[in-house]
Every structure is written in structure tokens, then in C-alpha cells.
Ligand binder design. Structure first.
Ligand code: SAM
Length: 446
């Protein structure tokens, strides 16, 4: 967008840029085009722009794909954009408060923004938080923040933020931008970063909450040795360091991402490697009336399509949202698909009722009473499982079993209905069956 167009548009609106909303408009069209190119948008691909302003990036993004949504906090600018781009979906709202769960229904979305600097950390954290519907992110940030995101160990820029974002995202510091490409010119330099999701298999699974807590403690006093910051969590510091191949005098900033994950897993117990011990499990084999006829190994049951038993548990919070888990990439079936809050097989000699709360405890790390709300006879869609469906109430937070669950979140029932209708392949088939049972029961409407 040309400098003269920006001035004319603002004059027509009878106003000047609002410093309180971080309004610095991009007038270098080559830079605008280059930023949008970093999104690698294909025709029809969904994208979102945060803080579109007068539309400097919007026009280029729209020329690549019409499937866009923009979120602008300034009501007058949102109105201006509506007039400019009548077919574009425009939300007048705060990008730091936007409910990103709404976007799963669109599939992985690409997100772009020359962010307002007063709120860019909150926006960055909100839009990269797990589970995330975002497939690629291109943000213009204050240069210092961009450096912190992409910092290397043993540098001043490297810190807790580098690791908390870096565990899930690859961060590429793409280029610096001088103040002169904006009007009015900001007082600081800017930089463009490109974030792409890490393949969940790149690092061993680890408990995200424990990782966050440890990293924050580790960097609380970054000049001190790590021992001072987290030594109280370890019984024998010397042995701990030897197990990880570290010097006892190591500082937080000397450890790379993989070492922080290793520390988390060493302190949190065994979590890495393949998902569950799937080999030793024995299930009851049942007949078409769900009567036990014999026992068989998990392998035998699944390869021969023998009828067996399973539970699914739907955990609700007090506003009636349902917690969905995204299965770990280490699962032997349906990796990375969305599933019931907790689910599992009934082991030989166990009952459905005893298995439901046990699965909640094992997978979500909490105790919750479970009430049976439905059942489904064994069929091809359930993988020849007789499924009993339970409901439970819990607000979280949960301690998700990292080898079993990639991430999870509460969703409204309406969000889930729309998501299933738009993208059924995102969900494990067993969950779809259970959701059908739930949705056709009076329980769905309490
Ligand atoms: N994208 C435009 C450009 O490059 O010229 C404008 C960029 S300007 C740095 C930031 C934009 O974000 C402004 O339009 C401002 O009104 C908007 N904004 C400020 N706070 C916001 C928030 N919390 N949510 C959404 N937009 C916001």
C-alpha cells in the first residue's frame, strides 16, 4: 500500500494512527508482498491475518487465496476493510482473545500479521499454544522479540521463551525490517519470523506442563548455575548430571532443547519411546451378546477381528464443554487423530465400570467419577469392540500422559458438531461412534 494511499485513507476516515493500538502502517509494497509470499499460500487455502489495519498485507493474501479471515481491533478500520473487501470475513475483535478453537474446522490455517508491538507476546503465545489449528505463522515482531524466539544456546537472546515456543515450533528469523518501511515509523527495528510446527516425532514425548515449569525455574535467575535454580528437585545432583552427560556447574542457557526435554523426562519418570506396552496385554474375547468366551492377546484380538471390550469417557467442564484429546504420534492406531477425553480396552477379568475411571486416571492424571451414558455393540466401525460410553466432570488442569496424548482442549459441543461435519477424517472412528451415541442421547442436551 502506497504512502499516499495510506494518508488519503486516513484523511477520508478523518483520523490519525492510534499509538495505543500499535498502528504503524506498512507502506513498502515489495516488503508487503514478500511477507505474504512467506505464507506459501495455495489457492483456496485458509488463512488468517491479525491486525490488518488498512489492508497492506490483506490485498496480497487475497490475491493468492480468497479463503481469508481478518481480525482487527479498531472498529473504524474494520469498517474500512469491509468496504474495501466486501467478500472477506472480517472480525472486529481482539486477536489476543480470539477463540482459536473455532479454526480447527477449517483445517491447518496459515496466519500472518504485522503485529501491534504492545500485545505481540500475548498474541504469539495464544496462537502457538497447544493444541493449535495453525499450520504456518508469519509474524512481524519487534526485532528483540524475534531474536529471543530464534536464539541459540549460550547467547543473550536464548531463554525460556525460546524453549517454550521451540518445543513445538521451528522458528526461522527471516529478515530485519527498518522503521522506514512503516508510517508512522516505530522507534524500534522489526523482524519477520516464520514458525512451522515441529513434527511431533522430532523430540521424545514429554509432559508439556512439567517442561514449562522446569524451564521457567531454570531461567528464573539465568546467571546462576542450574543447580541453584532446580537443584531442589533432584536427590543427587552429581548423579543427575552424570546421567545426562552434563557438567555439575552447567547453566540453564548452556542446555539445548533436546537436553531440556531429557531433563524433564528424567525428573518426571519414564515417558519416552513407544506408546503403551501393547505386547503383554490380554483381553476378554466376547460373543455377540457380550458374554466372555475366552482370553486372547491384544495382537490376536486385533488381527483376527475378535469381539472384545472398551470404554470411552467424555469429560466435561462446568460450562458443558467436552475435553478432546489428540492422540500421540506414537500410538499404533490413529496417531494424531482427535479422540474421546480418555479411552481404553477392558483388560481380561476387569469390568467396564472399573476401567472407565482407571483410564481417566492413567491418561488425564485425575480422579473422576464416571457415569455410564450409552453403549454400542461390537461392529466393524468400533473395530469389533463392545463400547460403553461414560461421562465425568472435571475442570482440569490435566496431567496428560505424554506417550499417549499429544495435547488436548475443551471444545463446545457445537464446535465439535461443526468440526465433525466439515472434517470427519480428523477424528478416530471410535470417537465418531461415541459422539453419535452421545449426541442422540438426552445427555447431549443437559
Ligand atoms: N497490517 C497493517 C499493516 O501492515 O499496515 C497494520 C499493522 S499495525 C502494526 C497493527 C494493527 O493491529 C493495527 O491495525 C491495529 O489497529 C491492530 N491491532 C491492535 N491491537 C490489536 C488486537 N489486540 N487485535 C487485533 N488487532 C489489533
Amino acid at each position: 500500500m502506497k504512502l499516499s494511499t495510506i494518508s488519503q485513507s486516513l484523511a477520508a476516515l478523518g483520523r490519525t494512527p492510534k499509538q495505543s493500538l500499535g498502528q504503524n502502517f506498512l507502506h513498502d509494497q515489495n516488503v508487503a508482498q514478500w511477507i505474504v509470499d512467506q505464507l506459501e499460500l495455495q489457492p483456496g487455502e485458509p488463512w488468517v491475518e491479525l491486525g490488518p489495519g488498512l489492508g497492506a498485507l490483506t490485498e496480497y493474501a487475497l490475491s493468492k487465496s480468497a479463503n481469508g479471515l481478518v481480525i482487527e481491533k479498531d472498529g473504524q478500520l474494520a469498517g474500512f476493510l469491509r468496504a474495501q473487501f466486501p467478500k472477506l470475513e472480517i472480525v472486529h475483535g481482539d486477536a489476543s482473545e480470539f477463540d482459536t478453537r473455532e479454526l480447527f474446522i477449517r483445517g491447518p490455517v496459515k496466519v500472518v500479521g504485522n503485529l501491534p508491538y504492545y500485545v505481540s507476546s500475548q498474541i504469539l503465545i495464544g496462537w502457538t499454544d497447544q493444541p493449535s489449528p495453525v499450520g504456518r505463522l508469519v509474524f512481524t515482531l519487534q526485532k528483540e522479540l524475534a531474536e529471543r524466539l530464534s536464539g541459540e544456546p549460550r547467547t543473550k537472546a536464548y531463554g525460556a521463551l525460546t524453549l517454550l515456543i521451540g518445543r513445538r515450533w521451528h522458528v526461522h528469523f527471516a529478515r530485519k525490517l527498518p522503521p522506514t518501511v512503516f508510517t508512522p515509523e516505530p522507534r524500534v527495528d522489526s523482524a519477520v519470523v516464520v514458525l512451522t510446527p515441529r513434527d511431533p516425532g522430532e523430540l521424545p514425548p514429554c509432559d508439556g506442563a512439567a517442561f514449562r515449569r522446569l524451564v521457567k525455574r531454570g531461567f528464573a535467575q539465568r546467571r546462576k548455575m542450574l543447580r541453584k535454580n532446580i537443584g531442589d528437585e533432584v536427590e543427587d545432583w552429581g548423579e543427575f548430571c552424570r546421567a545426562l552427560g552434563l557438567q555439575e556447574t552447567v547453566r540453564a542457557e548452556e542446555l539445548d532443547l533436546a537436553q531440556w526435554v531429557a531433563i524433564t523426562n528424567l525428573l518426571g519418570g519414564k515417558t519416552g519411546g513407544a506408546a503403551q506396552d501393547v505386547h503383554g496385554e490380554i483381553f476378554d474375547v466376547v460373543d455377540e451378546t457380550d458374554r466372555v468366551v475366552r482370553q486372547a492377546s491384544r495382537h490376536e484380538v486385533h488381527t483376527q477381528g475378535l469381539r472384545h471390550r472398551a470404554v470411552h469417557v467424555f469429560v466435561f467442564n462446568d460450562i458443558g464443554e467436552l475435553f478432546l484429546q489428540r492422540r500421540s504420534r506414537w500410538k499404533d492406531v490413529h496417531p494424531l487423530m482427535w479422540d474421546s477425553s480418555a479411552a481404553g480396552h477392558v483388560e481380561a477379568g476387569q469390568t467396564y465400570d472399573a476401567t472407565a475411571p482407571r483410564e481417566v486416571a492413567e491418561e488425564l492424571g485425575v480422579e473422576a467419577a464416571c457415569t455410564r451414558i450409552g453403549e454400542r455393540a461390537a461392529c466393524a466401525e468400533t473395530g469389533w469392540e463392545f463400547v460403553h460410553l461414560y461421562r465425568a466432570e472435571h475442570e482440569g488442569p490435566f496431567r496428560l500422559a505424554p506417550a499417549e496424548i499429544d495435547s488436548g482442549a475443551f471444545f463446545t459441543i457445537e464446535q465439535i458438531r461443526r468440526w465433525i461435519a466439515a472434517r470427519p477424517a480428523d477424528f478416530a472412528p471410535g470417537f465418531l461412534e461415541c459422539f453419535r451415541i452421545f449426541d442422540s442421547s438426552p445427555q447431549a442436551h443437559v
